[in-house]
Every structure is written in C-alpha cells, then in structure tokens.
Design a protein around this ligand. Structure first.
Ligand SMILES: Nc1ncnc2c1ncn2[C@@H]1O[C@H](COP(=O)(O)OP(=O)(O)OP(=O)(O)O)[C@@H](O)[C@H]1O
Ligand SMILES: [Mg+2]
Length: 271
C-alpha cells in the first residue's frame, strides 16, 4: 500500500536558470491509481519522474511523502520502480537474463529462486527467447521490453514508465498496455505513473496530469482533461481520436448522446 504525495517540489538543473525546471509541484497519487503524465517536450516529465524515483536525490525545495512518511532513499529504491525513457541507460547485465536478475540480486533473493522469476517476467513481456542475448544487441523496442521485465520482477509498489512504449510497434504497444492493465487487475494496489505522448494510452488510464513549463496545468479524469481540446492544442497536445470524432459529429449537429467508447460510436453510426 503506497500513497505518494509531493508537496511543493521545485528543482533547478543549475543556478543560472531564472525559472525552475520543476516549479512548485504538489499532487498525490493513491495506491492503485493509473496516472498518465503528459506534456510537450521539455515540460519536465522525465525530471519529475527522476525526482520521485530518487535519481535526482535532492530537489531544491519540497518534500515527498510515502504513506504519510517523508520518503527516504531506501524507500525509493525498494518501493518505486522506473523504466527510463532511454532503455540504454538501464542495462547493467551481460545478458538479458543477468539484467532482469540484477534487481533481484540487490534484493538478496536466493539464486535458486531467481530463474523462475526471471523467466516469468521475460515471458510476460515476450522476451523469454532472448535470455542469453546481450542487451546491447537488442532493438529499441526489445530493450524497452527487457527494461520493463527487470522493473516488474522487483515487484515495486509504484511503477513509473517514462515513455516505455514509445519504441514499440503497434502490436507490441497494445500487448504492453494490456499487460499493464492485467497487472493492475491482478494487483489492485499497484500504482502506475505513465509518462506518454500517446493520448490513446492516456485515455485508458484513470487520471491524466498535464505538465507545462514545470507546472501542473490540468489534473483530472481523462474525459475531463481531454475535453479541453483547444487548450491542449495550444500546448501542442492532441486529444484521443474517439473524442475528436465525437466533437466533430456534435459540431455537425449529430446527437451522439453520452457514448463513451469508439466501438459504441461506430455501432451508433452504422445504425
Ligand atoms: N541533465 C540535465 N541538465 C540540464 N538540463 C536538463 C537536463 N535534463 C533535462 N534538462 C532540461 O530540463 C527541461 C525538462 O526536461 P525533461 O527531460 O524533464 O522534459 P520531458 O518533459 O521529459 O521532455 P520529453 O517529452 O522530450 O521527454 C528541458 O528544458 C531540458 O532541456
Ligand atoms: Mg522525457
């Protein structure tokens, strides 16, 4: 059970900056939430993720709490897993197997228990046939899958995914997104914070936070956030196809009622 709370987090990469990269951010995430973090390039998403996961250990201001306790470095290591935007920065092991096992070694899981765990997560991400390969020999999408397996194997309470489906082909993307949904079903306490440029993916999460210039400018359920089409467009952000289509139909005077899924809209139009 993990309830994450950020209070007034501010961070500058260097003291020449007039405006901080993360500018007085406060929000909390309840256990079991699936939060999407969206925003244009350079808005501060990865920086915020690194602060939460402890890769940037000391922000210039603010406090992070986990279950109402000020978070420590060891709590971050133990309870929070992050899949980096660039998976190359994530690999340590000589083989895919070693790499997925690496975190388990740190957790002092006995070697005899490691193999089935490694196999389980490699299989979940579809990389079980690559266990003896060198991580550097993999494609970008395969690296993202292995990085995800390594994090899942650690069984963290909070998983931060920094554009971790960006390099996947459409089928791979669907597989990984459905894996995330399946993991949440199996473990309703698992918290996911997913940074993504894919608004279709964000639409399927339980909450969307929009970051701009290091500040939170929207934080609501996907339907509410994506109803701000013009405002998002001004920020260079898109809205899901379904909502675009629905808005277009409404503007043509077609009454689409309270249909909330693309399939239902298609059915309705066919009828
Ligand atoms: N190591 C660093 N040193 C100095 N400035 C940095 C560093 N990393 C990022 N920045 C700057 O901080 C700002 C936020 O970067 P960040 O990587 O958090 O953005 P992002 O929202 O993740 O963008 P993207 O969508 O491109 O991944 C950018 O202006 C970037 O240039
Ligand atoms: Mg980023």
């Amino acid at each position: 059970m993990s309830n994450l709370r950020l209070e007034h987090i501010t961070f500058y990469y260097d003291n020449e900056q007039d405006v901080p990269t993360i500018n007085d951010i406060s929000f909390s995430v309840e256990e079991g939430e699936y939060v999407s973090l969206i925003g244009k390039n350079g808005s501060g998403k990865s920086t915020l993720a690194k602060i939460i996961a402890g890769l940037i250990p000391e922000p210039d201001d603010g406090i992070i709490y986990l279950d109402d306790q000020e978070i420590t470095e060891s709590m971050k290591r133990e309870k929070i897993g992050i899949v980096f935007q660039n998976p190359d920065n994530q690999f340590i092991g000589a083989t895919v197997r070693d790499d997925i096992a690496f975190g388990l070694e740190n957790k002092q899981i006995p070697t005899s228990e490691m193999e089935p765990i490694v196999l389980k997560y490699a299989t979940l991400v579809g990389m079980n046939e690559f266990l003896d390969k060198e991580p550097s020999s993999l494609s970008g999408g395969q690296k993202q899958r292995v990085a995800l397996a390594g994090v899942l194997a650690m069984a963290p309470e909070i998983i931060i995914l920094d554009e971790s489906t960006a390099m996947l082909d459409p089928k791979g993307k669907r597989e990984i997104i459905s894996l995330i949904h399946r993991l949440r079903k199996e473990n309703p306490k698992l918290t996911i914070i997913s940074i993504t440029h894919d608004v279709e993916e964000a639409y399927l999460s339980s909450r969307v936070i929009v970051l701009n210039d290091g500040k939170i400018i929207m934080d609501d359920i996907p339907e509410k956030v994506f109803s701000n089409e013009k405002e998002l467009e001004n920020l260079g952000l898109d809205i899901p196809f379904f909502l675009k289509l629905k808005n277009e139909l409404i503007s043509l005077g077609i009454d689409v009622g309270n249909i909330s899924k693309l399939e239902d809209l298609e059915d309705y139009l066919c009828r």
